[in-house]
Design a protein around this ligand. Structure first.
Ligand code: ADP
Length: 404
């Protein structure tokens, strides 16, 4: 290992593995991180797996067919592709988004012991951890000395007060680690950092962030620390999402088990993949599709109305948890791009000091509240890969070690 100075530029590959996709981005991190290459392999596991990349000039490559039946094949393809497009030896480290990190509160260098631990905690997140371990191992086999770093999506919320983490079930489960963890932490950390860059005072105030994408959650942040968030032990909790139900009556599992002989695996499949907007609308989980259909299809209208109603309720409850509100931030595919959804969520929230400016909102302006609004309402583009690169650079520089 050679030591790294505080100013030496680092080249960091950020990997963000989803259920059927792998997003990646290559950053040059000197002072400000600079994105040299970014892209996505999607539809992994189904027909038509593709790699699309965008270079630093913003030029998109033609989609390339990828022969990959699983994440391991896909990342092997990706590594070969990156090796053809850049001097791989110059890459200083790889950072991974690891969705569940239980008690880990900061990014960590991946060691065999950490991989063993991730395997041990897989029952807490069987949806994501096995694929993430597969990606880590595929990279380690091909580049055994390349440092890899785990950036945990749960880490941001480790600051939540004990009572916000506590689940009201027999106490012995808490001792086994059954508690509320919360997710989307890399996105929240990035957005808060970005808010701090725009206005330090706001970032240290009472902030609610609504990360509204296919996966959707909200977080209440006070003085830069997460004090509550809508997801829980798993990412299935909280707000209604594209295909996840969000919070449900706990009696539903036994009701369906009795009535339909539904097994736990079938229940898990239903609440993660066949519920939420898709479950209610029956045609699509995509907000753009639902907005296009809502006038003629009651089911699409119901799905959108439920989404906005629930988001409004979370904002109200978090304003209470924070004893007031200074800033509301919208982010994620829906939060950043849909004036209609933002307007519906914020309607009737004047009593909290939220007043939306229709013109600013319609053009997705950085500030969409009126000048007289007591609460500043912002739209900020989130960037989980950039947060990964930033975190990896900090860790490498602190440890003073990289690829030898
Ligand atoms: P993921 O959680 O998979 O990263 P995204 O953050 O990309 O998801 O968000 C995807 C969602 O954003 C989809 O429901 C999509 O319809 C919605 N979306 C993207 N652009 C728009 C838009 N212009 N108007 C409304 N919804 C949009």
């Amino acid at each position: 290992m050679r030591s790294i100075s505080k100013t030496e530029p680092l080249s960091i590959l950020a990997i963000n593995g989803g259920s059927s996709s792998i997003r990646f981005a290559l950053f040059e991190v000197g002072g400000t991180p600079h994105r040299r290459l970014a892209g996505k392999i999607d539809r992994i596991g189904s027909r038509g797996t593709n790699l699309i990349a965008v270079d630093q000039t913003g030029e998109s490559s033609r989609p390339r067919r990828v022969k990959a039946t699983n994440h391991r094949n896909a990342v092997e393809f990706l590594l070969k592709w990156i090796e053809q497009h850049t001097a791989f030896a110059s890459i200083s480290a790889v950072g991974h988004r690891v969705v569940h990190g239980m008690k880990h509160s900061a990014p960590e260098r991946i060691t065999p012991a950490l991989v063993a631990e991730l395997r041990r905690i897989t029952p807490y997140d069987p949806e994501h951890l096995p694929r993430e371990i597969e990606l880590i191992e595929a990279i380690r086999e091909r580049h055994p000395t390349l440092p890899q770093v785990a950036c945990f999506d749960t880490a941001f919320h480790r600051t939540m007060p004990r009572i916000a983490k506590l689940l009201p079930i027999p106490r012995r489960y808490r001792d086994q680690g059954v508690e509320r963890y919360g997710f989307h932490g890399l996105s929240y950390a990035y957005l808060l950092k970005e808010l701090g860059r725009i206005d330090t005072t706001e970032a240290m105030g009472r902030v609610i962030i609504a990360h509204l994408g296919n996966g959707a959650s909200l977080a209440a942040i006070n003085r830069g620390r997460s004090i509550d968030t809508s997801m829980g032990l798993t990412p299935a909790a909280g707000l209604v999402m594209s295909t996840r139900s969000g919070d449900l009556d706990p009696g539903l599992l036994s009701f369906l088990a009795r009535r339909e002989k539904m097994t736990p695996a079938q229940f898990e499949q239903m609440v993660n993949h066949a519920s939420g907007l898709l479950g209610v609308a029956e045609t699509s989980s995509d907000v753009r599709d639902l907005l296009a259909r809502e006038r003629k299809d009651r089911r699409a209208a119901d799905a959108l109305a439920l989404f906005c109603y629930q988001a409004k309720k979370w904002i109200g409850s978090y304003a209470a948890a924070l004893s007031g509100l200074d800033t509301l931030v919208f982010a994620g595919g829906i939060g950043e791009n849909s004036p209609t959804i933002r307007a519906r969520i914020c309607s009737g929230l004047d009593f909290l000091g939220i007043k939306i400016d229709a013109k600013r909102n319609s053009r997705n302006a950085p500030v969409i509240s009126r000048n007289v609004s007591r609460v500043k309402v912002r739209v900020i583009h989130t960037d989980e890969e950039l947060m990964i690169a930033h975190s990896v650079a900090l860790l490498l520089r602190a440890k003073g070690a990289a690829h030898s």
